[in-house]
Design a protein around this ligand. Structure first.
Ligand SMILES: Cc1cc2nc3c(=O)[nH]c(=O)nc-3n(C[C@H](O)[C@H](O)[C@H](O)COP(=O)(O)OP(=O)(O)OC[C@H]3O[C@@H](n4cnc5c(N)ncnc54)[C@H](O)[C@@H]3O)c2cc1C
Ligand code: FES
Length: 264
């Protein structure tokens, strides 16, 4: 693993914490040094106080950072104890985090058009990337999927960025296409219009996107989710099996070259 970790400890204060979809919240925190340091695709490891038996921090990606105002926005799904406690945070609450963690997206030099594919709560890191690419003059299209319309996030944000194609799919057909966002991603990739694909979401979805990208001869990166105990390279709980051997997602990832991932 690369050493040392780029992560440092940051105190933060909650600015807002609002529900944006079914079971999904947007958290805005004030953490000026962190806001200046984060790069798209990196994550933070947050301490969620309130349970003396929970020693571990929780890893979360960020969706945007505002260096001028010193704020960072995170979207999180309520899935267990820590995220449930987070959902009760009100403005003024304080805690600390370790960050930035890992390394982010690396679109190839000369990329002219990129496709981002996000499933469920995998949307935040690809939305963050899309904003960065568009600021650098690279065209971006997006394919977004969720289980139901109630759980969809990011559609309006991709449109507001100016993405030409924003394809939506839901498992139950309550919004967009009935099915998976991998279908529209495969269709778009088959047009041959892209130099780069970035994906984050369930492993099976990313695997399918990686296969479609490989078939189209397009570079593909995927942001992998693993359990993380330390978040800075000390414990190996986050190992990913790659063609280069086991690599820790917290330091060598979470973004990986999709052609190197063996176990999604
Ligand atoms: C690099 C990275 C970035 C992430 N970014 C986001 C994000 O932007 N938004 C978001 O909502 N979630 C994100 N996650 C997942 C998030 O860390 C877990 O949902 C969170 O730790 C659950 O904590 P909990 O105490 O509420 O749930 P727990 O009670 O600990 O677990 C509830 C369920 O979530 C699973 N889980 C717990 N921790 C993880 C983990 N680290 N990775 C995968 N599954 C886990 C458990 O197996 C269990 O099924 C990210 C994970 C990683 C590794
Ligand atoms: S989380 Fe401990 S090594 Fe990656």
């Amino acid at each position: 693993m690369p050493n040392p970790s780029p992560a440092r400890m940051h105190d933060f204060e909650v600015i807002s914490n609002e529900k944006i979809a079914d079971g999904i919240f947007s958290l805005v925190i004030s953490a000026p040094r962190l806001a200046r340091a984060l790069k798209p695709g990196q994550f933070v490891n947050i301490r969620v106080p309130g349970d003396a038996f929970e020693l571990l921090r929780i890893p979360l990606s960020y969706v945007s950072a505002d260096p001028e105002h010193g704020t960072v926005e995170i979207w999180y799904a309520v899935v267990g104890n820590a995220t449930r406690r987070m959902s009760a945070w009100t403005p003024g609450a304080t805690s600390d985090l370790l960050g930035p963690g890992g390394h982010g997206w690396t679109a190839p030099e000369g990329t002219k058009r990129a496709l981002v594919v996000g499933g469920g709560i995998g949307v935040p890191p690809v939305l963050c990337l899309a904003r960065d690419l568009m600021e650098r003059g690279i065209a971006v299209d997006a394919c977004i999927g969720a289980a139901t319309a109630d759980k969809l996030v990011g559609v309006e944000d991709f449109k507001a960025l100016g993405c030409e194609n924003v394809c939506v799919a839901t498992d139950d057909g309550t919004a967009g296409e009935h099915g998976f966002c991998t279908d529209s991603a495969s269709r778009l990739l088959a047009t041959g219009a892209y130099d780069y694909v970035a994906t984050c979401g369930p492993g099976v979805m990313m695997h399918e996107v990686a296969d479609a990208a490989a078939a189209a001869g397009v570079a593909c990166e995927a942001s992998l989710e693993r359990m993380m105990s330390c978040g800075f390279g000390a414990c190996s709980t986050c190992n990913v099996e790659t063609t280069d051997g086991m690599q820790g997602a917290c330091m060598c990832g979470p973004v990986f070259d999709a052609t190197k991932v063996v176990v999604w």
